[in-house]
Design a protein around this ligand. Structure first.
Ligand code: ADP
Length: 294
């Protein structure tokens, strides 16, 4: 599978430029689209799932033009929107069965087997008889993933999947995503939470105010921050100076003051130690120091 995004622009009716000349190639596997709120992620997702047309530019899916082959491409798509909500009196398994029928699975026996399989995969088998509308927030999100995947889409688009989930549900969700990522499908995950991306994505892109500011692997982004992440044990006054000068990533209170991690191009005025960057460090460093210089 291949998605080729070429010179894509979106200007809303109010004149807002939500996407500026985006060029991006996405291959099979898990792809993370990261950026702060308002960066243009949902706009790009909605164009990819054919819910909205771009102002300019085009998207090719396996060489097929999204603008000309909407029907064909829709059949390949699974979509979990940011505000996936449903009001239903259906039981959990019935809801999934309904989604399976919509995706074209006609044979009842095979369909019910598939429903059970997906209920197992997303950890909802034990609550299959429960009214789907009465599931917890995290369970609803997992049901959302199951309904998007039950038709075996070639392209799965998941918009901000972990917003509002507690840490346990977030980990569970991430595990489900890495389980399904081995297939020959494209899974695009958009998020403003760096931890959603990490090791499960082979490729990633950074969007910043409608511009594509980075495209590569998470490791390549981390490489860019190497030599620019620092740690220092500091007292109150020094910390006050530090936090006004550098973007601080974490502050942990200690007996003597604070254990502070921060990013900086270089540090000469204080006695900080260089540390190995994580993806979160790299994201902050990139957004603060590199993004608008590209
Ligand atoms: P993200 O998903 O990264 O938070 P969005 O794609 O939702 O970003 O929004 C990108 C920009 O476009 C934001 O400034 C947002 O306010 C604006 N925007 C989104 N939808 C509309 C719309 N229907 N009309 C006008 N502006 C919009």
């Amino acid at each position: 599978m291949n998605i080729s995004i070429q010179n894509l622009n979106k200007v809303y009716d109010n004149g807002k430029h939500a996407l500026n000349d985006i060029n991006l190639e996405i291959e099979s596997g898990m792809f993370g689209l990261l950026g702060p709120n308002g960066a243009g992620k949902s706009t790009l997702m909605r164009i990819l799932v054919t819910l909205m047309k771009p102002s300019n530019g085009k998207v090719l899916v396996n060489e097929m033009d999204l603008g000309k082959s909407r029907g064909e491409i829709r059949e390949m798509l699974g979509y979990l929107p940011q505000d996936f909500r449903f009001f239903t009196k259906l039981r959990t398994w019935e809801f999934l069965d309904y989604a399976a029928r919509l995706s074209g699975l006609k044979n009842k026996k095979a369909r019910l087997q598939k429903v059970d399989l997906w209920l197992e995969k997303v950890g909802l088998f034990d609550v299959r008889e429960r009214n789907a509308g009465k599931l917890s927030g995290g369970m609803k999100r997992r049901l959302g993933i199951a309904q998007a995947l039950i038709g075996d889409p070639k392209i799965l688009v998941v918009d901000e999947p972990t917003t509002g989930l507690d840490p346990e549900e977030r980990i569970r969700f991430r595990n489900i995503m890495s389980d399904i990522s081995s297939k020959d499908a494209i899974i695009i995950l958009s998020t403003h939470i760096v931890g959603d991306i990490s090791s499960i994505c082979q490729g990633m892109a950074l969007l910043d105010e409608g511009n594509l500011s980075f495209n590569g692997s998470p490791e390549e982004l981390i490489d860019k921050a190497r030599g620019h992440v620092w740690r220092i044990n500091t007292s109150g006054t020094e910390y006050d100076i530090l936090k006004h000068k550098y973007p601080v990533i974490s502050t942990i209170p200690t007996d003597a003051g604070w254990d502070v991690q921060f990013v900086a191009d270089s540090v000469t005025d204080i006695n900080a130690t260089e540390i190995e960057p994580t993806l979160e460090h790299a994201y902050v460093y990139f957004m603060e120091y590199l993004s608008n210089k590209n």
